[in-house]
Ligand binder design. Structure first.
Ligand code: SF4
Length: 281
């Protein structure tokens, strides 16, 4: 008998829009940079080797279907949040402007809110799956434990933005695409918004040193590039530590999602001469 409960091997209808969006994205190419700088704020915490490949214009793998979907959902939510903030705060809300730290990095911010006393809050929003969201707020089925807080890469990205835009503090928002269940929320007295949304306020004494640390790291990557060397496969992990990645190990999520993984595997570990890099002309 025909097993109608088994999913079709390939979708006939449901994927068409996504395939079309992937084709459109490929035709459009990489999103234009805010300013002509070697790096982008959104590279915050990323592997130095990956930053170098991108800076050298090496061809990476295109976005796959899940990444395209997740990015589209995130962009749509960003637009809604920004429109609602503009409506609520009017001229006090600056929406998605751009800035640069000359010669190093540049990018766009999600919003800046100027308060009546003249102080400025840099706003950064991240959308994410349920697992990352729950970890960030300290939720587990056993109860509310120690939160790990906002993503380290988001904090560094916001810190660079705050530095460039002379802000005083940062608010990072997390919006989850999967809610904490109603049953668990009732048991742990979590209100309905907190099942899917969390925010953190980060003062200058926390974000400013992180911004300067990242600028130091990016400068080291640039120093390697200036002497024709691909830098070490080093990134900032979720606890803020510098770690050496290995694309041959399944331990590093950064490598699993890296569009330069094949290139990196061919080039090998450590600092590598660009002339010896497999892609070099
Ligand atoms: S595969 Fe891993 S180590 Fe290599 S460039 Fe990408 S993130 Fe860096």
């Amino acid at each position: 008998m025909y097993d109608w409960k088994a999913p079709e091997r390939h979708s006939t209808i449901s994927h068409v829009w996504l395939s079309e969006m992937m084709d459109e994205n490929e035709a459009k190419g990489r999103k234009a940079q805010a300013f002509d700088t070697p790096f982008r704020y959104s590279d915050a915490g990323s592997c130095g080797r990956k930053l170098a490949y991108s800076n050298l214009g090496y061809e990476g793998e295109p976005f796959d279907a899940p990444a395209t979907l997740v990015t589209w959902v995130g962009t749509t939510i960003h637009e809604k949040v920004q429109a609602a903030a503009a409506e609520r705060w009017g001229g006090a809300w600056e929406e998605e402007g751009k800035s640069e730290i000359p010669g190093i990095t540049s990018g766009h911010y999600d919003g800046i809110l100027t308060h009546p006393d003249g102080t400025r809050t840099l706003y950064e929003l991240k959308t994410m799956g349920g697992t990352a969201f729950k970890k960030s707020v300290g939720f587990s089925n056993k109860g509310l434990g120690t939160p790990v807080g906002p993503r380290r890469s988001a904090v560094i990205q916001a810190a660079l933005n705050a530095l460039a835009n002379e802000c005083d503090d940062i608010i990072i928002g997390h919006i989850s695409l999967e809610a904490i269940s109603k049953q668990a929320a009732t048991r742990m007295e979590i209100d309905e918004m907190s099942r899917i949304i969390a925010e953190w306020r980060i003062p200058r004494e926390v974000w400013e040193p992180l911004a300067y640390q990242e600028l130091g790291r990016l400068t080291e990557v640039l120093d390697d590039l200036h002497v024709d060397v691909l830098p070490e496969r080093q990134a900032v992990d979720d606890d803020g530590n510098l770690v050496v990645l290995n694309p041959e190990s399944s331990r590093w999520w950064q490598c699993s999602y890296c569009s330069f993984k094949n290139q990196c595997l061919r080039d090998g570990a450590g600092r590598v001469s660009i002339k010896e890099s497999v892609n070099a002309e």
